[in-house]
Design a protein around this ligand. Structure first.
Ligand code: FES
Length: 76
């Protein structure tokens, strides 16, 4: 996304401390980035639908949702 870690999704992930084990996180972040290119003001339902293919065995879904909203605000 960004070599310096300053992409809005990367910053949101770090700020909210989303990862637990980290296994799923590259896919979560790439999906979130693609989703935010086509959805500027995502609702919870939008996020849940877009991210439904990304399984997190650690259950970080609430933090993923919060990070996506944070990144969307920065991108606006
Ligand atoms: S953070 Fe562990 S599987 Fe998602």
């Amino acid at each position: 996304m960004s070599a310096n870690g300053l992409h809005p999704v990367q910053k949101a992930w770090m700020h909210i401390n989303v990862p637990q084990c980290g296994y799923c996180q590259p896919g979560q972040m790439m999906q979130a980035s693609a989703f935010l290119k086509i959805t500027k003001k995502p609702t919870d339902a939008d996020i849940d639908a877009a991210m439904s293919g990304n399984i997190c065995r650690c259950g970080t879904y609430q933090r993923v949702r919060a990070a996506i909203k944070s990144a969307a605000e920065e991108l606006a």
